[in-house]
Design a protein around this ligand. Structure first.
Ligand code: G
Ligand code: G
Ligand code: MN
Ligand code: NA
Length: 267
């Protein structure tokens, strides 16, 4: 593939940028954090979204370098927002971490160094890993998760519900946030009165999500719902106890300046 051979030089030429998507408290509607999402400003092809190149970067290993860049850039930006908004509750930044960053690099050392260099408090950093990155993980990944958690960094499980969804297992890991995969919320369109039918067919997702949220809470985890697109979805998610929402209802991923504006507006 032509793209993959140009990944490393593109990192050196600074062709990548991060956008940030708001994470909103379901109770108070306030911006509590943002997820950093990478884009490639390709000189020929224009802006490329991550599904075009993250897989390639994982294959050829350049994800380690790219991931380090994303981590440092996101932490620097989060610290900047904090410094620009003194006296306000600071927002956290959530950074996606690929499996290979856990296995093929010293993620713990990279995170420690980045926090030290940027001055960002550990509790303002969240790392998103997929279930497959941590399931069945003895040894290295488990040690890394434990060290990061001991440092005060929050671990979130991304795309939860698409894999094993083994909550009993996850609750024994130093994980504190579940990010419910967007596929649950997408099937979450039922707007009628639930009490009139036992389980309306299109309400099955809601029953499952409600049970997952209750179980997660009892296991000490908080829950973020992805792909919240309508206010009806948000209302129902709030009613069944979901803690945080993310999705087009609140905002698409936006450049850092837009987040600065939002922070100014809610101050
Ligand atoms: O922004 P978009 O919705 O197109 O993101 C698509 C996918 O790319 C998501 O699954 C997201 O987790 C992944 N992704 C975005 N930014 C990064 C990143 O910095 N590192 C890794 N490993 N994955 C990312
Ligand atoms: O896998 P991960 O959760 O890291 O990726 C987040 C992806 O979800 C990004 O590609 C982002 O653009 C996308 N996304 C965010 N909000 C919404 C939404 O409300 N609807 C849809 N369809 N996609 C969304
Ligand atoms: Mn994510
Ligand atoms: Na996700």
């Amino acid at each position: 593939q032509a793209l993959s051979s140009t990944l490393r030089p593109a990192i050196d030429r600074d062709e990548f940028a991060l956008e940030y998507q708001p994470l909103v408290g379901m109770e108070d509607g306030r911006l509590s954090g943002v997820e950093a999402l990478i884009r490639w400003n390709h000189p020929q092809f224009g802006t490329l979204t991550p599904n075009r190149f993250i897989g390639l970067a994982e294959e050829d290993g350049s994800i380690v370098q790219l991931g380090r860049w994303a981590l440092a850039t996101a932490c620097r930006q989060a610290r900047r927002w904090q410094l620009d908004n003194p006296g306000e509750q600071p927002i956290f930044v959530s950074v996606n971490v690929a499996v290979r960053q856990v296995w093929d690099s010293d993620l713990v050392a990279d995170v420690a160094q980045t926090l030290a260099e940027t001055g960002l408090a550990p509790h303002l950093l969240q790392l998103e890993l997929t279930e497959s990155a941590v399931m069945g993980s003895g040894g290295r990944p488990l040690q890394a998760l434990q060290a990061l958690s001991d440092m005060g960094v929050r671990i979130a499980i991304d795309d939860f519900g698409t894999g094993y969804s083994n909550l009993a297992y996850l609750s024994r890991l130093p994980v504190s946030v579940l990010k419910l995969d967007g596929s649950f919320v997408r099937g979450f369109q039922y707007e009628g009165d639930k009490s009139t039918v036992a389980v309306p067919p299109n309400a099955a997702d809601e029953v499952i999500v409600e049970a997952m949220i209750q179980l997660a809470h009892r296991l000490g985890l908080t829950v973020t719902a992805e792909c919240v697109e309508t206010s009806a979805q948000a209302t129902r998610l709030r009613r069944i106890g979901c803690d945080t929402g993310q999705g087009w209802l609140y905002s698409r991923p936006v450049p850092p300046d837009r987040i600065s504006e939002l922070l100014g507006e809610q101050a």
